[in-house]
Design a protein around this ligand. Sequence first.
Ligand SMILES: [Zn+2]
Length: 152
Amino acid sequence: MAVIVYGTHVFTKMAGYFGRKEECPVCNRTYKKGFVKISRWVHVEYIPLFPVKTTYFKMCPVCGSGVELKKKEAKSEMSNNNDESRQEFEAFAKHVLANKPSGFMSTDNSYEFWVRDLVSGEEILVETGLTKDQIKRMKKGRGYKKVPVIKV
Ligand SMILES: [Zn+2]
């Protein structure tokens, strides 16, 4: 008897930056908010069949703090886009080998998550003391296609 694998899978994608530039109460950086599309699909045998729910995460592009919005709310905020100034980011991680724990079975939390403001060229350190899995989760949560890891 064959075992059929089914369930739901979550896809994330950065939809862009919308709205006015606002100061983030957490990191005090002033940017337009990023909107990450979160779609949950039903899959059978890992083949996505149809979407069951779509929400958006509206977040600070630097520290990542924000709120989840219903699709309708997000669409209306995204259509109300009166600031045409260019805003773009990319993310990368640094694996700080000097901080890598040497003990047997110890968790390697020597990763750092960075974002680069592609307009100003500024590189901003977001968080230190991370594991590789946490980097993967941040990549997914922020809807990045790739977060290259640089060994330093
Ligand atoms: Zn912030």
